[in-house]
Design a protein around this ligand. Structure first.
Ligand code: ADP
Ligand code: MG
Length: 682
């Protein structure tokens, strides 16, 4: 941008000292700030044919006053003015509430333009705005801007218009001409013109296209620059191993890999062998078989002479993995150790010592295992499991561990592609999109809370067959604000119901670690048949004999979380069930319940979840690494996002991008973002 646009808004006609201070409050200090303060919506004043207008829709029409208006008063202040207006071939009524002063203007035969709500049955418009006489129809779409403090929408519309017409010749377009031509994008000047003063919605669409592409491309370029930086500055270890020994391990697995598993193993192997450091996200639905993929990768690392680490979010999961992987890997000579906070004293010291000597090949544990006191001899590969909630920052810390290991993040939350390439844009992504053959679909039912007795009867029936049940509750404490069932109450109720017949365990986040493990152990070994729990069992837990998942207040959970919870059952040979107890009030709540009963496909659910909840909520909290765009919307503009990503990948690798004059602006934007120094972006 030229300097002149960086001057104060005081230069704009109609803006004085006082106004400029008010604008400053809104973050608008420079002329360019005003020009780039874009409308969030447009009020539509275009004329419409009444035949096309729906009942209760807001409409603007032009017509002639066709009858003497009649005015009625109710008390002192309230009034109703009624008249007939001929709009093309329709004779309609116009009603003005509390606008008695309009009466004198509505002379017979006068031209009027009225805006208001259309009542199709009564053929009446309840008028909110009226203009008498010729109307200037140049701007039928009125831009609405976010305002603050003293500044009114009307005033802001004027300031922006003044700024634009005063300075439009100074608006310079820095965006590469080659890209503008390739995608037939508007110039910056026209883009701003169309956004602030559109003649129709096509103008807006056109201008948005340019903005969306620019925003996405810049973002993706930064991501790719970061990726390039991390690749080039990571002295990765090229893993070298004998293929036939790896193949032998794979051939010895108790099952054949699915096609998807094979493909993903291939992708990981390519990364491991390359001199770059792997930075890969592995997505696979619950039960898709990620663990064995991890085992194969860890074994490759072992064969290359490196140690491996597997990091999981909970101790329960760590124990489970340690058992499973020991069974798979120890017969092939891999020494596996488990390190959690429960491992203490002499045993702990021994593990740490063996680890630094290289006598342990694979360390499994919670995130404690990459902390300072833990020293590996030669760490080549770190895998994290079920870490979809890992923030951007944590991902970086992990990658920056001194030893420069390859990193693989595994998650069972299928992340919609649009989100994956924005939130995880600097990573490579692999997907297992296929379940092992022969899995039974979990039957899902949505029932109202008043059906609880029948649900308990159903649980009882399954328990009698020797199966087990999970009962999940949203919160653990009574809250006055949230009308939620709490786990302790439910536990009390079920203990009472199943008294002497079955044992009911209670699990929640506030239990001490030892008690948690104790409870899980009882449930795993079928000494407890029912487990009442908060969402702590959401991740990874594997008890194949459990066939019922009951979720209280299911409307409080997002689709991804419900799907995770449901994934705790359906792990054995028996038919499993998921019962959603919910009385959702909102339409989206009902929609969520319906979708759950309709599909078991995690990717379908995640796309729906994204639509229903929006990107910010997707990972359950705001700090998710999903950037906010000014104009672009990753859900609706996903095609542009894909295009921008592909372009960014190519540009970053091309010489002309780093040297060509046309790309100067983009280069500068990337340089100032810090991405080229490995700084993570907001
Ligand atoms: P997740 O991806 O949810 O972590 P797991 O790795 O726990 O899934 O695998 C779920 C179950 O499927 C395990 O019991 C595992 O042994 C089994 N499994 C994995 N891959 C296959 C396969 N290719 N064929 C049959 N069973 C498989
Ligand atoms: Mg798993």
């Amino acid at each position: 941008m030229t300097n002149i646009l960086n001057q104060s808004v005081l230069n704009v006609k109609g803006i004085g000292q006082e106004t400029s201070l008010a604008l400053q409050e809104m973050g608008l200090t420079k002329i360019i700030d005003l020009l780039e303060h874009l409308p969030y919506r447009y009020e539509d004043y275009r004329l419409k044919d009444l035949a096309d207008v729906k009942h209760e829709e807001r409409v603007t029409v032009e017509g002639k006053v066709h009858s003497e208006p009649s005015l009625m008063y109710f008390g002192k202040k309230r009034s109703k003015l009624t008249t007939r207006i001929l709009v093309e071939r329709y004779l309609i009524s116009a009603v003005f509430f509390n606008q008695p002063y309009v009466k004198s203007k509505l002379t017979l035969g006068a031209d009027v333009t009225i805006t208001g709500k259309w009542d199709q049955h009564r053929q009446t418009i309840t008028v909110s705005e009226v203009k008498v006489g010729e109307v200037d129809r140049k701007q039928d779409l009125k831009p609405l801007y976010h305002t603050k403090g003293e500044v009114t929408t009307k005033a802001l519309q004027r300031y922006i218009a003044n700024a634009f017409y005063q300075y439009e010749n100074d608006i310079i377009d820095n965006f590469p001409l080659s890209l503008r031509e390739r995608y037939k994008l508007l110039s910056k000047r026209d883009t701003l013109r169309f956004l602030h003063f559109p003649k129709n919605f096509d103008d807006v669409k056109h201008a948005r296209r340019r903005m969306v592409y620019e925003e996405f491309l810049l973002f993706q370029l930064k991501m790719q620059a970061l990726r390039k930086y991390e690749r080039e500055n990571s002295a990765g270890h090229p893993h070298q191993y004998q293929e036939d020994r790896l193949q032998e391990f794979i051939d010895n697995l108790p099952f054949a890999l699915t096609n998807a598993q094979q493909r993903v193993v291939e992708e990981i192997a390519t990364d491991l062998k390359s001199p770059y450091r792997m930075n890969r996200l592995l997505q696979g639905d619950v039960g898709s078989g990620k663990t064995v993929v991890a085992a194969i990768a860890l074994y490759s690392s072992y064969l290359s002479g490196y140690q491996g680490a597997l990091m999981v979010p909970t101790e329960i999961l760590a124990e489970q993995h340690s058992e499973g992987l020991r069974n798979l890997l120890e017969p092939f000579g891999v020494k596996v150790a488990l390190l959690t906070s429960s491992v203490k004293g002499k045993q702990r010291r021994q593990i740490l010592e063996d680890l630094s000597n290289g006598e342990i090949d694979l360390l499994i544990g919670t995130h404690a295992l990459i902390q300072e006191e833990v020293n590996f001899h030669k760490l080549g590969l770190v895998i994290t499991d079920e870490q979809h909630r890992f923030g951007v920052e944590q991902r970086r810390v992990l990658r920056e561990k001194g030893e420069s290991p390859d990193v693989l993040f595994m998650t069972a939350t299928p992340i919609p592609r649009t989100l994956a390439i924005t939130a995880f844009g600097e990573m490579d992504v692999s997907v297992i999109n296929e379940l092992p053959a022969g899995r039974k679909q979990i039957e899902t039912y949505w029932v109202k809370h008043n059906m609880l007795d029948r649900v308990i009867g159903f649980i009882d029936k399954e328990l009698r067959k020797g199966r087990q049940a999970y009962v999940i509750c949203p919160l653990i404490e009574e809250s006055e604000h949230l009308d939620v069932q709490n786990a302790i109450d439910v536990h009390g109720m079920l203990t009472h119901t199943f008294l002497e017949k079955y044992r009911v365990g209670l699990m929640h986040g506030k239990l001490p670690a030892e008690e948690k493990e104790q409870v899980m152990r009882l449930f795993s070994s079928n000494e407890a048949q029912v487990l009442v729990s908060t969402t702590v069992v959401e991740v990874g837990v594997n008890v194949p004999n459990a066939t019922i998942m009951v979720i209280y207040d299911a409307e409080r959970f997002g689709l991804s979380q419900l799907h995770q919870l449901r994934g705790r059952v359906g792990r054995g040979a028996d038919q499993s069930y998921c019962i959603l107890l919910a009385d959702p009030k909102s339409e989206t709540g009902k929609e969520r319940m319906r979708i759950m009963t309709e599909t078991n496909d995690g990717f379908v659910l995640s796309e729906k979840d994204l639509e229903l909840r929006g990107p910010g909520d997707f990972f359950g909290r705001k700090q998710s690494g999903v950037p906010e765009f000014k104009v672009a919307d990753m859900i609706h503009d996903y095609r542009a996002l894909e295009v921008a990503r592909q372009d960014a990948v190519q540009l970053i690798q091309s010489k002309v991008f780093w040297e060509g004059q046309d790309y100067k602006y983009l280069r500068e934007m990337i340089e100032t973002s810090g991405a080229m120094n490995g700084e993570k972006l907001d």
